[in-house]
Ligand binder design. Structure first.
Ligand SMILES: Nc1ncnc2c1ncn2[C@@H]1O[C@H](COP(=O)(O)OP(=O)(O)OP(=O)(O)O)[C@@H](O)[C@H]1O
Ligand SMILES: [Mg+2]
Length: 252
């Protein structure tokens, strides 16, 4: 396994948001993380990305402990994400937001950049070109210069995906990437997710759109009240009576 979540738990005061959750994600795998509202999906992504520390358990990337590391270290090791509540710099352009995500792949240290050394300038151009290519990949080439605040929700979510990819991650965490998107946009995101996995990256996908989840995921982990309720292929999960009961008992 590339990413290994082992018996991870996190409580907030009296609320056990995640309880002893275990699952693994392999390279090139699209892994769905589904469950009713409040099941602990976002909390799990926060635990993996270092935004929140687990109160129990371990999280490993290629056998290396991630739990306890701050978010920028987790990102530098190869785990990047998008947010359920979009977190772009609204005054920066789409392109500039993606460049921010490329930060960790820059080699040239600060001092030559300050001295305008040719290597740093070359790297700067390469970063810009790569960011532009990523915007094209998410279908936003012609919106590159637009302030992020002026973009639609669907476009902002796509900028976040491009920003997360700019760091060349081994694991991409997506928190409801298609919320607020049109049907056409959702289909484009589904193709993009499969493409990203084909490059050998692991994708951990939190989504309420079950048609999308069933269509793109290799495996799915179902959370309910912070616990893993089921884990398996889409067909296995869909046929699981406990999963059906959890979903019928919620508005999802
Ligand atoms: N920082 C926090 N402080 C207190 N409680 C929290 C915090 N973060 C999450 N929780 C609680 O943990 C539980 C799980 O929340 P979480 O946001 O992980 O659910 P979710 O599965 O992402 O739900 P949704 O589908 O609505 O996004 C909820 O009861 C929530 O109120
Ligand atoms: Mg959530």
């Amino acid at each position: 396994m590339l990413l290994e979540v082992d018996a991870v738990g996190r409580s907030f005061g009296g609320v056990q948001a995640v309880q002893s959750a275990s699952f693994g994600v392999a390279p090139g795998e699209v892994h769905g993380l589904i469950g009713p509202n409040g099941a602990g999906k976002t909390t799990l992504l926060n635990l993996i990305s270092g935004l929140v520390r687990p109160t129990q358990g371990t999280i490993q990337l290629r056998g290396r402990r991630l739990d306890g590391l701050p978010p920028h270290r987790v990102a530098a090791l190869g785990v990047t994400r998008t947010f359920q509540n979009i977190r772009l710099f609204p005054e920066l352009s789409a392109l500039e937001n993606v460049i921010v995500g490329a930060h960790r792949t820059r080699r040239a240290p600060l001092w030559p950049r300050l001295l305008f050394a040719p290597t740093a300038a070359r790297e700067e151009r390469a970063v810009r070109a790569r960011a532009a290519a990523l915007l094209e990949r998410v279908g936003l080439a012609e919106r590159a210069g637009e302030r992020s605040a002026n973009l639609s929700y669907g476009e902002q979510r796509r900028v976040e995906i491009a920003r997360a990819l700019a760091a060349d991650p081994a694991v991409l965490l997506l928190d409801e990437p298609t919320a607020g998107m049109s049907r056409g946009e959702v289909e484009a995101i589904a193709r993009l997710i499969r493409d990203v996995a084909r490059e050998g990256r692991a994708v951990l996908l939190v989504e309420h759109n079950l048609e999308l989840v069933m269509g793109v995921c290799d495996r799915i982990t179902v959370l309910d009240f912070g616990k893993v309720l089921a884990d398996g292929t889409p067909a296995e999960v869909r046929a699981d009576p406990a999963v059906i009961a959890a979903y019928l008992g919620s508005d999802a």
